[in-house]
Design a protein around this ligand. Structure first.
Ligand SMILES: Cc1cc2nc3c(=O)[nH]c(=O)nc-3n(C[C@H](O)[C@H](O)[C@H](O)COP(=O)(O)OP(=O)(O)OC[C@H]3O[C@@H](n4cnc5c(N)ncnc54)[C@H](O)[C@@H]3O)c2cc1C
Length: 391
């Protein structure tokens, strides 16, 4: 029997596991953490392209109280919180394929429930090498196992042995983007509880959206700064210097415009969740036909199009389609197709960054006029969002 390993139990690994299971193809998922990260309450937006795929594994039966289907993206300004324009995302929705917002933890729980016995925890892969042109060996800290196919779904932050002969030209980068997130049950007069609220700021933007039908909201604030990131930023961010840095940035870029913004993120600065956002500089492409990268491990984009998980789901679907019922992988076109898709999305992400973060006052006025026109132009929306949402 063909042996398939999936490295990582993030969204891409779990979706692929569910799809393979449906085809009755056997697999093992190796996860370095001791358990799934289901305690984290923060959110995820899923556009219709990903819902369409999730429905293949039963998402249409997902508890509807645990998700929200916003109809619009309300575009506002951080400085006066007034609406500039809005986008009708309902235009892209179908009866069973609707733009959805939910807790990441609820999604992960849904994705893991049918394949729990296939996930092996505390199994960090340290090294990947080829046995021959067909087989791959995975090294854990105390043993090795040989597989016919290895799918790397380990996100961007993995540390495999340096001597992987199987990954070409990979680079990751930090371009000064930071993310801050928080959730709240409170109401605000400048937040519409039923839609996605996207606020443009100076070199920054804020997104607040409903997580479920219980009025819980998720907020993500993204800002750009020249601050160099410490290698051990996860320790540094809760040091005095780290806390001073984030406090100053939030005060000057967000809270000074309306103190109420503070309440979106929880009560204490020390409990604030924030991190630098790394992105890929190049695609991960293996020169071994049995080693395949999916999700963020293939290419990680900035989050300004809410497509990271969407692309993780799409790439898992594409790989599953290429396995025939005997578990043989049939195609090498995956990489070319994936590159084309990511290039298309990444162009829009770069354009979004430019538009969301404009800070020159003259350009801001021009930007706002342009936004009003474009968001009401169906042809533009069909071209700009439709091409992404209707894969
Ligand atoms: C601020 C922010 C907001 C976002 N919001 C959205 C959104 O609204 N919508 C959206 O579509 N996307 C969003 N994204 C992007 C999205 O979260 C990611 O693109 C997506 O989760 C990637 O999934 P993945 O499965 O590829 O990787 P991950 O979720 O990173 O999973 C990788 C898994 O592999 C494991 N692992 C790593 N190394 C090893 C190893 N050596 N051995 C074994 N296991 C290993 C890890 O522990 C982890 O569980 C956002 C991203 C950011 C930064």
């Amino acid at each position: 029997m063909i042996k398939i390993a999936i490295i990582g139990s993030g969204i891409s690994g779990l979706v692929l596991g569910n799809l393979l299971k449906k085809k009755r193809i056997d697999f093992k998922i190796f996860e370095k953490r001791p358990e799934l990260s289901i305690n984290e309450g923060y959110g995820i937006q899923l556009s219709v392209n990903s819902i369409k795929i999730l429905n293949l594994i039963g998402f249409e039966n997902f508890d509807s109280d645990k998700l929200f289907n916003p109809k619009k993206v309300l575009i506002k300004s951080i400085d006066n919180q007034k609406e500039i324009s809005n986008i009708n995302i309902d235009y892209f929705n179908l009866k069973d394929e609707k733009y959805s917002c939910l807790k990441r933890s609820d999604l992960v729980q849904f994705l893991s429930q049918q394949i729990q016995e296939k996930i092996y925890f505390n199994k960090e892969i340290y090294k990947i090498s080829k046995v021959n042109d067909k087989k791959i060996v995975l090294e854990f800290h105390n043993r090795k196992e040989i597989f016919d196919y290895v799918i790397i779904a380990s996100g961007l932050s993995f540390k495999f042995g340096e001597d992987i002969p199987l990954r070409e030209n990979f680079l990751k980068d930090f371009n000064g983007y930071f993310a801050v997130r928080g959730t709240t049950d409170k109401d605000f007069d400048f937040i519409d509880n039923k839609n996605i609220n996207l606020f443009f700021g100076q070199n920054s933007h804020l997104v607040t959206y409903p997580l479920n039908k219980k009025k819980k909201k998720n907020s993500i604030f993204i800002f750009k700064d020249q601050k160099k990131v410490e290698k051990f930023y996860y320790k540094w961010r809760y040091s005095k210097e780290g806390i001073d840095f984030i406090t100053e940035k939030l005060d000057s870029k967000l809270f000074k415009y309306n103190n109420q913004f503070k309440n979106l993120f929880g009560s204490k600065v020390t409990s604030l969740k924030w991190w630098p956002i790394y992105q890929s500089k190049s695609f991960s492409i293996s020169n071994h036909k049995s080693l395949i990268y999916i999700g963020d491990a293939f290419f990680k984009t900035l989050p300004t199009m809410a497509q990271g998980a969407g692309q993780a789901i799409e790439s898992a679907y594409e790989i599953n389609e290429l396995f025939d019922l005997k578990g043989e992988f049939r195609n090498i076109d995956y990489v070319e197709k994936r590159k084309k898709r990511i290039n298309l999305i990444n162009k829009r992400i770069k354009f979004n960054n430019l538009i969301f973060h404009t800070s020159n006052p003259l350009l801001v006025n021009l930007r706002n006029i342009m936004i009003k026109l474009l968001t009401k132009n169906r042809f533009f929306l069909k071209f700009y969002l439709g091409k992404i949402y209707k894969n």
